[in-house]
Design a protein around this ligand. Structure first.
Ligand SMILES: [Zn+2]
Length: 471
């Protein structure tokens, strides 16, 4: 495997900790062999393609916006270098979404030749190209045009299929060119959205700490370090990011790409996604729109991050080392009553079916619950300390979101406090991943935590505080 970063073209004093991390990530990566994060990276497409794919013909995949932002330059650079280019494939839709039908359209367009796809765009274009390329058995390269999400280097593509967002297994790109010049002038809100997606790694990391302490899902140290060791540095200056400051933009794209590498390593989104993302997935599945359109992934995840953080702060006030295990086991519901609750809480049949499938997969009987609760009791003093030092306080998260230009209150993405309150249990039901939501349900503390979060003195006071459930 050949590893290649931008460091060769940089003076020695610029080869800093981040570059060493990139180098390490490339050495560890199963799919990605080349990463360049620099101004004008799009003009180096010919060199990158030559190195990765030799003289094979290439085809640019873009949408109208990304083609004019960078695709045309990539096309010109390739033709200039004498590289054989097939006529670019440009999605004409004004608002392109990562829908499965577009994967099929792209596959049909790519099938008649054997050209290497070069995706020029951000989340949607990358995911569509990633899956279509995989179906055709072709590695591809991506030219990133915005720091809007963490999927560039990730294993898997997030695509809407039969009405719900699903992650399809497929390899990450063989090469990534992140052109800072293009990313710095990405359309308004895109880089802010990526900031919120990166900020979510704080609570997502906490979820992994909990799952690890309870022996549900052990931490992979390398993947953990890739995301967490520099996270606070990457997130340090949201106000500068909003001003379009080059250093802040570079930090953001680095953090997002490294999060992708962590997912490429573990072949799951665990290093980068926890309860925070479950709120966002839920709103996707509910087809939530605000002011006529779906809020961006990052903006939904940002509010999900606050929701997760608010719950952590409530649980951290509790003495889980003194849990009444006998009582909790006695009141643990049979699956039949869980199923009845799910049917009551979800109007959409597809969503109810998904919730049932996921909840069934993580449902445990009373004996398993007893073992897990005993483990929580033992682990809590140490876990509590670790969570306290790991988590970014709620107030700080909220300020960071606002400073970066992200929504920092639920209503800014069209979610009322009443709805958010209901969303906690729904978010718990829709995914089998063990998160803070599972910790709250297993310990029967969700209901009382929500009473406080949405009570008159809480984060999000609601008029009606009497809604309760048996978990
Ligand atoms: Zn995300």
């Amino acid at each position: 495997m050949t590893a290649d970063t931008n460091q060769r073209s940089m003076p020695a004093d610029r080869i800093d900790i981040d570059e060493r991390w990139i180098e390490r990530a490339l050495q560890e990566a199963s799919d990605t062999r080349l990463l360049r994060i620099e101004h004008g990276a799009r003009h180096q497409a010919a060199l990158a393609i030559d190195r990765l794919f030799g003289q094979r013909p290439v085809i640019i995949v873009a949408d109208v916006n990304t083609f004019s932002a960078a695709g045309r330059d990539v096309f010109d650079a390739l033709r200039h270098a004498g590289h054989r280019c097939i006529e670019p494939f440009v999605f004409e839709q004004s608002e392109l979404h990562a829908d499965y039908e577009h994967v099929e359209t792209l596959e049909k367009a790519l099938a008649p030749h054997d050209a290497t796809p070069v995706a020029v765009g951000s989340g949607t274009i990358n995911d569509l190209t990633k899956l279509a390329s995989h179906h055709l058995g072709r590695p591809y390269l991506v030219v990133a045009t915005a720091a809007s999400m963490d999927g560039y280097a990730a294993f898997g593509a997030s695509i809407t299929h039969h009405g719900s967002k699903q992650t399809f297994d497929c390899p990450a790109p063989m090469g990534i060119l992140a052109d800072l010049e293009v990313i710095e002038s990405a359309p308004e809100g895109m880089n802010a959205s990526g900031y919120a997606d990166l900020l979510a790694k704080s609570v997502a990391g906490a979820d992994w700490l909990v799952a690890d302490a309870l022996d549900v899902e052990p931490i992979d140290d390398t993947a953990w370090d890739m995301v967490q060791s520099r996270l606070r540095v990457w997130l340090a200056d949201p106000a500068a990011l909003q001003r379009g400051d080059p250093k802040a933009v570079r930090s953001l794209i680095l953090g997002l790409v490294m999060s992708g590498f962590a997912m490429q390593r573990t072949k799951t989104s665990r290093p980068a996604s926890g309860a925070d993302h479950q709120f966002s997935h839920l709103w996707d599945m509910q087809h939530h729109v605000h002011q006529g359109k779906s809020p961006s992934h990052g903006f939904k995840v940002g509010i999900g991050t606050l929701a997760s953080s608010a719950l952590y702060e409530e649980l951290l006030l509790q003495s889980l080392d003194e849990l009444d295990v006998d009582r909790l086991c006695l009141q643990w519901p049979e699956f039949a009553s869980v199923e009845a609750d799910i049917r009551e809480r979800f109007d959409l049949p597809d969503l109810a079916a998904k919730a049932l499938e996921e909840t069934r997969a993580k449902y445990i009987d009373r004996q398993c619950l007893r073992d897990q609760l005993m483990r929580i009791r033992t682990a809590w003093p140490q876990l509590h300390r670790r969570l306290r030092s790991h988590l970014i306080p709620y107030g700080e998260l909220k300020d960071c979101l606002a400073a970066a230009g992200c929504p920092s209150a639920p209503h800014e993405i069209g979610i009322s406090y009443e709805r958010l309150r209901e969303n906690y249990l729904q978010a718990y039901y829709i995914r089998r991943r063990f998160t803070v939501l599972d910790l709250a349900v297993r310990t029967a503390l969700l209901s009382s935590a929500l009473e406080r979060i949405f009570g008159s003195q809480g984060r999000w006071p609601t008029a009606e505080t009497g809604i309760s459930h048996n978990l």
